[in-house]
Design a binder for this molecule. Structure first.
Ligand code: PEP
Ligand code: MN
Length: 337
């Protein structure tokens, strides 16, 4: 429920209404604006109705938030949200590009790859230390040792670092070493993990599950924001369909839809979205054209030797070419590189 107060309403009246909302067992929210104060109440709609806030002398109007996700909806927050990862803004005019290997394999591999992506113009470094793999026999990541490498390399290259967190007990250590959490497709509906990330203030890149609807994705984001962490970035990374020519089907129609119903910034991951190195650049261009705020791209200094996802990773030259070729698309979309 959105409660718009009359212009000039004193803070004491707003506080009184917030206390009434809390006393009814609902979650009170306050969104101070330049012209008027907007309040929110989250919880059981029937209890909300019983409060009859529309009759309060300080209230101009009461409107329900119709979408099932409330805090991440545009109904609640009409302006775009900008989330900062280190010094990089995601959701502002600049297209933010995070690049790096699928997995952190060694200090040398990370350094060579990070220098290449930085020199090509990437704004942030990605790399997994904890790898949730489909097969138990595949490389599972270096764990905490990988986090040490990531932080050292990211600092020396002056790039913010993004890495995946796979379980609640790792939230503390990942928070210490990285500038943003990544929640992987396989964990999008790990509600205990989402709740734990709601207690942090570090940004979260929330990837869409491979069998998740856009509404499922937004409801997962709602867990984090309702828990108290507003710094959520959504990521479209492809979904499972009957198509086998590509690893996943990159659902770019989700981007304008998310932009319509939510204020959160959105990245596109064309690497996992296609699983084919040659398709990464065309889909990156398409992502910019349809309104994405940035990209998450797998790059390895030597993809043939990569311990995971080498087949979809770009080498430094291909990544440099992609960054150059994106420029006219970024300009045509009214954004900056
Ligand atoms: C990754 O980014 O390397 C990854 C595992 O992605 P996803 O969770 O989208 O499969
Ligand atoms: Mn990967």
């Amino acid at each position: 429920m959105i409660i718009v107060l009359k212009p000039g309403t004193p803070q004491s009246a707003a506080d009184e209404i917030l206390a009434q909302i809390a006393a009814a067992g609902l979650k009170p929210l306050c969104l101070p604006g330049t012209e008027r104060v907007v309040l929110g109440a989250l919880g059981d709609e029937r209890v909300l109705g019983n409060l009859h806030l529309e009759n309060h002398p300080a209230v101009e109007r009461v409107t329900p938030i119709l979408s099932p996700f409330k805090l991440v909806s545009r109904e609640w927050h009409p302006d775009n949200t900008v989330v900062r990862i280190g010094s990089v803004e995601v959701g502002g005019p600049r297209i933010a590009v995070f690049a790096g290997p699928c997995a952190i394999e060694s200090a040398d591999q990370m350094r060579r790859t990070a220098e290449a992506v930085r020199n090509a113009g990437a704004h942030g470094l990605r790399g997994g230390a904890f790898k949730p793999r489909t097969s138990p026999y595949s490389f599972q990541g270096l764990g905490v040792e990988g986090l040490h490498i990531l932080r050292d390399v990211a600092r020396s290259c002056h790039l913010p670092a993004v890495t995946e967190v796979v379980e609640v007990s790792d939230v503390g250590v990942v928070q210490e070493y990285a500038d943003a959490f990544q929640v992987g497709a396989r964990n999008m509906q790990n509600f205990r993990l989402l709740t734990a990330l709601g207690n942090s203030r570090k940004p979260v890149i929330l990837k869409r599950g491979m069998a998740a609807t856009v509404e499922d994705l937004l409801m997962a984001a709602e867990y984090i924001v309702a828990g108290g962490n507003p710094n959520v970035i959504l990521c479209e990374r492809g979904i499972r369909t009957f198509e086998t020519a590509t690893r996943n089907t990159l659902d770019l129609s989700a981007i304008p839809h998310i932009k319509r119903v939510s204020h959160l910034p959105v990245l596109v991951d064309p690497s996992h979205g296609t699983g084919v190195r040659e398709y990464v650049e065309p889909m990156a261009r398409a992502a910019i054209a349809c309104g994405a705020d940035g990209l998450l791209i797998e790059v390895h200094y030597d993809p043939r030797s990569a311990l995971s996802d080498g087949h979809q990773s770009l080498d430094p030259d291909a990544f440099k070419g992609l960054m150059q070729n994106l420029r006219p698309f970024i300009e045509a979309a009214g954004r900056t590189a």
